[in-house]
Design a protein. Structure first.
Ligand code: AHM
Ligand code: MG
Length: 337
């Protein structure tokens, strides 16, 4: 049997042979790992809490307030990131503004973490997988000053690490620091994330496409043409409504995930900072591609606000290229019509 490599061991080993990965980054990844173990435990208990809780009152049987899981996950991440003193501030999908973290040590913190604490949380009540998505940046401002908005408005190409945690049939943490993508499965019996998927490579093409086809009539003509093409090819449509799960399938089995502009969401629905950028970094590191429905590389978009949305087409490189060809061929604006 192969020797078990825990997440901690792996990141410490990587730290030794990489210029980029400082001890601080190692500490941050470890903090996120700890927070996600706690969240994983609560996600697994969620069904039970619903049974024991008094419906609608917000209290469980013992009188404790039952907190919404996405807010709970948000708090746990902030708490764990505060503890090590390596994180100067966070921006979260759950907070309107960024949050300056006052380190419990007097260390100067040089990193910022952006995250969606529990993506797809509307799926929790029906026992469908959800996930945490995170990205880590080096701060631009001086470590002796307070963090500012510009620190957080960095492009995806500035990410120093990104990852996701999938709370599914098992809990899996997948991350990159720009040197490939590796996956770790939580072994609940020892409470450790153990290396289970080394150097993940996305297939060049695949049999799956993932889009909310219910919005078909609200998509632009070129996107409808591309979706018709996928359907003509008899590709398998899979849409969980939980982006981490959909992207996870595509990362391993190949395919394309689309969230284009609709009439309700003319800029797309998904958030650039918390969802699109970190997942694009991972997919690109695994050999895939990620662009907007307007064909801009996601990672090169200059963010203008914290909660900015983006359209996205992400996945196997050949499929994203094919989608691009459809847009170039059928987008009236690109054809001078
Ligand atoms: P959330 O951050 O509010 O959970 O929304 C993000 C989720 C993604 O996980 C998923 O891909 C998408 O919203 C589904 O949206 P829709 O129901 O419009 O298809
Ligand atoms: Mg989300």
């Amino acid at each position: 049997m192969d020797k078990i490599v825990t997440l901690d061991e792996f990141i410490i080993r990587r730290q030794k042979d990489s210029e980029l990965a400082s001890g601080a980054l190692t500490g941050l990844l470890r903090d996120i790992g700890i927070a996600s173990k706690i969240v994983s435990r609560e996600v697994n208990k969620a069904g039970l809490l619903n049974i024991l809780g008094v419906a609608g009152s917000g209290d469980n049987a013992t009188g404790d307030t039952v907190q919404k899981l996405d807010l709970y996950a948000n708090e746990k991440l902030i708490e764990c990131l505060t503890n090590s003193g390596e994180c100067a501030g966070i921006a979260s999908e759950e907070n309107e503004d960024f949050v300056q973290l006052n380190a419990v040590t007097d260390k100067k913190a040089n990193y910022l973490v952006v995250f969606d604490p529990l993506d797809g949380s509307s799926n929790i009540d029906v026992n469908v997988s959800v996930g945490t998505i995170f990205g880590i940046y080096r701060r631009k401002s001086d470590a002796s000053e307070a963090v500012n908005l510009q620190d957080f408005l960095q492009k995806g190409t500035d990410l120093v690490a990104a990852g996701y945690v999938l709370y599914g049939t098992s809990t899996l943490l997948v991350y990159t620091t720009g040197r490939g993508v590796n996956g770790f499965t939580l072994d609940p019996s020892i409470g450790e994330f153990c290396l289970s998927h080394r150097d993940i490579q996305i297939p060049a093409t695949g049999r799956y496409y993932s889009v909310n086809q219910g919005y078909y009539l609200k998509f632009d003509v070129e996107m409808r043409r591309y979706i018709d093409y996928c359907s003509d090819l008899n590709l398998r449509l899979r849409y969980i409504g939980s982006m981490v799960s959909d992207i996870h399938r595509i990362l391993f089995q190949g395919g394309i995930f689309l969230y284009p502009n609709t009439r309700k969401h003319p800029q797309g629905k998904l958030r650039l900072l918390y969802e699109c950028n970190p997942l694009s970094y991972i997919v690109e590191q695994a050999g895939g591609k990620a662009i907007t429905a307007q064909l801009e590389r996601i990672m090169e978009i200059q963010p203008r606000s914290l909660h900015q949305r983006a359209t996205i087409a992400i996945g196997s490189p050949d499929m994203v290229d094919e989608m691009k060809e459809f847009v170039e061929r059928y987008n009236p604006a690109l054809n001078g019509e």
